[in-house]
Design a protein around this ligand. Structure first.
Ligand SMILES: [Fe+2]
Length: 328
């Protein structure tokens, strides 16, 4: 990558602040709430309200950076609060989930009904995914620049915000997360002109994979018909790019390759690019409707850990419908 790269805004929750929040809201008789309890709407509403109060000093600035079209991404570090590693991992995750909900109320996970989806990568399930030929999901794959989609009732939307919280990354070389704000892409207007606003294209979406801890991984494979560029009510352009691009929905696939190459080339060569080093206990929130993200692969797994990475991902309820599912 050879664009000029700027470090994205990184916030740190002060340790005292995190401890106060945890002691007041996350412990019952010295035991932390479980992550599963966040599916209870009244529990989550209380945690969200408390997070809005405890983290009131940082939330307005986080929102300001996220809604600045020239920035659109932030990282927030969650400090260690307790000595016990397991308790601390749960508490750290609950702090991240509560803060996320105070910033971007999220769609419930389809399977668990929690306001986040949890993904666990292990040497074992990376092997299973390799075996069924899935790319882009195990931690050692290279991800291209893309935006994330969400599916509700057969409709495909671009969630306004996405959050990713790395509970832990057991790799020595963790690389960076990258972000390119749409409005900084100089050739965008020419590309939009060529591709068209609200013109539908076909995509094979990056499959969702659920590891249920059993011998097989559950794979959800979908095809969608969606617009790459849509004019949002506020005048900004919502972008969607995910999975394998198959071409214009009505005129066939002839120009598919050229358009994808041109858009991805323009993003990769963009003079403005933000980066965030990928670290455990780091929450990343991005304005998914206004930019594209990618990340480095993880390398050199640490010895002695069966689980190589656990992360939580949330997609905001607010979003823009850009298409529909046609298969899967
Ligand atoms: Fe993504």
């Amino acid at each position: 990558m050879n664009a000029a790269q700027s470090q994205a805004p990184v916030f740190s929750i002060p340790v005292e602040n995190a401890r106060d929040f945890a002691c007041n809201n996350l412990l019952i008789d010295d035991f932390p709430l479980s992550l599963a309890q966040t599916r209870d709407k009244s529990v989550m509403a209380k945690l969200t309200e408390q997070a809005s109060l405890f983290f009131v000093d940082m939330i307005p600035e986080i929102k300001r950076q996220l809604d600045n079209p020239f920035v659109g991404i932030v990282a927030i570090d969650v400090p260690q609060v307790f000595d016990d590693a397991t308790v601390d991992a749960i508490v750290g995750s609950l702090i991240a989930v509560s803060l996320t909900q105070a910033i971007m109320p999220s769609l419930p996970d389809r399977e668990n009904n929690t306001p986040f989806s949890i993904f666990t990568a292990s040497k074992d399930n990376s092997k299973k995914q390799d075996h069924v030929g899935i790319r882009g999901l195990s931690p050692t794959d290279v991800l291209d620049f893309h935006s994330d989609g969400a599916i509700t009732n057969g409709k495909l939307s671009v969630p306004d915000y996405i959050s990713i919280f790395n509970v832990f990354i057991n790799y020595r070389d963790r690389g960076n997360f990258y972000w390119v704000p749409t409005c900084t892409i100089q050739s965008l207007s020419q590309i939009v002109e060529k591709v068209g606003l609200s013109q539908e294209y076909c995509f094979s979406l990056t499959p969702a994979v659920y590891d249920n801890g059993q011998s097989s991984v559950k794979i959800v494979d979908r095809r969608a018909r969606a617009a790459i560029f849509t004019r949002a009510p506020d005048g900004s352009i919502t972008t969607f790019m995910n999975g394998t691009f198959e071409g214009h929905a009505d005129t066939g696939t002839d120009q598919a390759k050229d358009i994808t190459t041109e858009i991805k080339g323009a993003i990769a060569a963009n003079p403005v690019r933000y980066l965030i080093p990928q670290e455990s206990r780091r929450l990343i929130i991005l304005n998914n409707a206004n930019g594209f993200h990618a990340r480095d692969i993880f390398e050199n797994p640490m010895e002695g850990y069966a689980v190589t990475r656990t992360y939580l991902r949330s997609a905001s309820i607010s979003g823009k419908v850009v298409g529909r599912i046609i298969e899967g």
